[in-house]
Design a protein around this ligand. Structure first.
Ligand code: 13P
Ligand code: SF4
Length: 326
């Protein structure tokens, strides 16, 4: 549908969204990877942590989450008395799918005294079995807040886990071998090539990328002569805002480029590390689906109360530890 839509059709649907939003007193929260036309009509655009914080802060009766399913589920868990909807109920996440509640329960039986730290990219059922949730922007803070003598089970992203273990120096942390299909394909050779081609650029690398720990290692050994910053998508936005005159190579889903472009006023200084870093789940949310979602108040995201009650605990702990504003 989107490929055949003209710019005027998109603008007309955007006007409809704004009108419906006003009429229904709805609030739209979108992720940094969303399509430009979605980002432009959202009330808030940010990373997973920012989206959770914003969901909690808002008092609108209808909250629309434009992001993948676990993001909408997190909002629904935090807002049990509000209506939370998503324009596309099949927008999944390969990382969230890499561990089930049953697998986690089994892992916990092998480490009965361990603290379970789950990346927010997980299902509500997995969160309900966890002690803390984290996002890429606060994982280090959360691990540092856990007493050193406690074992940690970290899931499901192995690259984020290895990165956090490297930064915190934590020895007793076990990592689940899960990955995101978009970020896992990035390798250190991609970074070396980009560094050769763009010697003055800053590399912004998401910790889910397959190269994140390797980058730190090579950099420490002096084998990678490039300025690398490892950030959540929200961290990337803040950094670019504060340093608008740099050139950047960005290693995460390409939707972030539009978000960054808005901060610096043009795309001239921004390049994706790989054009093929596209999350097809994020792109399932289109402007026509958003209109339909608002019109029909669908698809409502409901988490069974007994799961939501348990899943809320680790999310609230994460929000309490997070030092960041939003
Ligand atoms: P952020 O929390 O950094 O936005 O990451 C979410 C995500 O799904 C990355 O692929
Ligand atoms: Fe999930 Fe990867 Fe898509 Fe992020 S980019 S939503 S981790 S599949």
């Amino acid at each position: 549908m989107l490929a055949t839509m003209s710019a005027e059709e998109i603008r007309s649907l955007q006007r409809k969204v704004l009108e419906l939003k006003r009429r229904k007193d709805a609030y739209i929260i979108a992720h940094n990877y969303q399509l430009p036309e979605i980002q432009d009509v959202a009330d808030y655009v940010g990373d997973s942590l920012g989206m959770a914080m914003e969901a909690k802060r808002t008092d609108h009766p209808l909250v629309v989450v434009c992001g993948v399913h676990f993001m909408a589920e997190t909002a629904a868990i935090l807002l049990p008395d509000r209506k939370v909807i998503t324009p596309e109920r099949y927008a999944g996440c390969s990382l969230a799918d890499s561990i089930t509640a049953r697998q986690l329960a089994e892992w916990k039986r092998e480490h009965p005294d361990a603290v379970v730290v789950a990346y927010v990219n997980t299902t509500a059922e997995v969160k309900a079995l966890s002690d803390y949730t984290v996002t890429s922007s606060n994982a280090v803070d959360v691990i540092n807040a856990i007493p050193e003598d406690r074992e940690i089970l970290f899931l499901p992203d192995m690259f984020l886990g290895m990165y956090v273990r490297e930064i915190t120096g934590r020895k007793n942390m076990y990592i689940w071998p899960g990955e995101c299909h978009v970020h896992a394909r990035v390798n250190p050779q991609d970074i070396s090539r980009a560094a050769r081609e763009n010697p003055d650029a800053v590399m912004l690398v998401h910790p889910e990328c397959g190269c994140s720990t390797n980058c730190l290692y090579l950099k420490a050994k002096g084998e990678l002569d490039v300025d690398i910053k490892i950030f959540s998508t929200g961290g990337m936005v803040r950094y670019v805002k504060e340093h608008p005159d740099n050139d950047y190579v960005v290693a995460t889903e390409v939707g972030i480029l539009y978000r960054l472009q808005k901060e610096v006023g043009s795309g001239d200084r921004l390049k994706p590390l790989r054009e093929d870093m596209v999350c097809e789940y994020m792109k399932m949310i289109t402007i026509d689906k958003l209109v339909r979602s608002l019109e029909e108040e669908r698809y409502e995201v409901k988490v069974p109360p007994e799961i939501a009650e348990k899943a809320r605990v680790p999310i609230e702990r994460m929000l309490a530890i997070s030092s960041r504003k939003r």
